[in-house]
Design a protein around this ligand. Sequence first.
Ligand code: SF4
Length: 363
Amino acid sequence: MVEERKFNSIIRMDTLLGKTKDELTQLAVGLGLPRFAGKQLAEWIYTKRATAFSQMTNLSATARSLLAGNYAIGRKEPIAEAISADGTKKYLFEVQNEDKKWYIESVYIPDNDRATLCVSTQAGCKMGCRFCMTGTLGFQTQLTATDILNQIFSIPDADKLTNIVFMGEGEPGDNTDNVTAAVNALTSNWGCAWSPRRITISSVGFLPGLKRLIEDTECHIAISLHNPFHQEREALMPVEKIYPLSDVIELLHQYDWQHQRRLSFEYICFEGQNDSLRHANALRRLLSGLSCRVNLIKYHTAPADNIAAEKQVRLKSSSTSQMEWMRDYLSNNGIITTIRRSRGEDILAACGMLVNTYEGKTS
Ligand code: SF4
């Protein structure tokens, strides 16, 4: 008995954010509440975005107190923010796994009438891409569906969001249960009723997880490609050793990317490494027959004083003119190609730069 109490004391209270309407109904019934309380809970959590049970005024006082005694909603505000000169904002969240605290980051990117949030799916990352600052952290913990949704719900700009990209810390294909649960809550009618076309999930090609993300969601998919040659890609991205790009492309050919759903390839341009005619031609051959587009991305190196600088492989970004040449060459050869504008580099919020470093708080 004493043992049991001790055990219970370190368990986190179960959270409601991320649960389906059916799960909410089950837990309401488990507390002796009527079944319709599940629907009410879903409305309070996903539509009205309640942050406390006391706000749920159409539930009885007894129901609210029972819920508060047994569950937490799961909403937590960010603990720090940094604002870039270009208007990009980076938020730091604290997450808890069992009895340990971790930090994660999300990036809010306003752009005229669009406002995109780049969310994390893991704290740190297992994939170890050698050019990525997040990769230097190693893997820290999986994020729960609550942790993922909380980034979207709890930033001050939550009401302005038009798009979500799962491109922050972590490989979404390595945390599929929680990513699909979060997407389900965002896109279901009982949840936020967002169109899945407002959501893009990125993957390095972690094959089993990628297959599930394609089949269990209707979101756009982005593949981090970065080099069309097996050995060269493997030197940069260890995932290539286990799940070669050729297998990823073969998998992608099995799905329809022509109707509504978009397939894109992310391609960071490294000077002298992957920006030559040889690479452009190989890329063209690799992607032929796939309805897709390519986004060329400037490489962001870790600042010399950042802890990631020691571990990150030393590469340089291609020049703007070389990226423009590559864009034009691919476009003229039938592959829609754009150069993605870099955002938030001055606050370490750009692609591959998330390492949870803020004054006094480092992962
Ligand atoms: Fe992980 Fe993505 Fe960085 Fe690769 S690029 S280490 S998958 S966060």
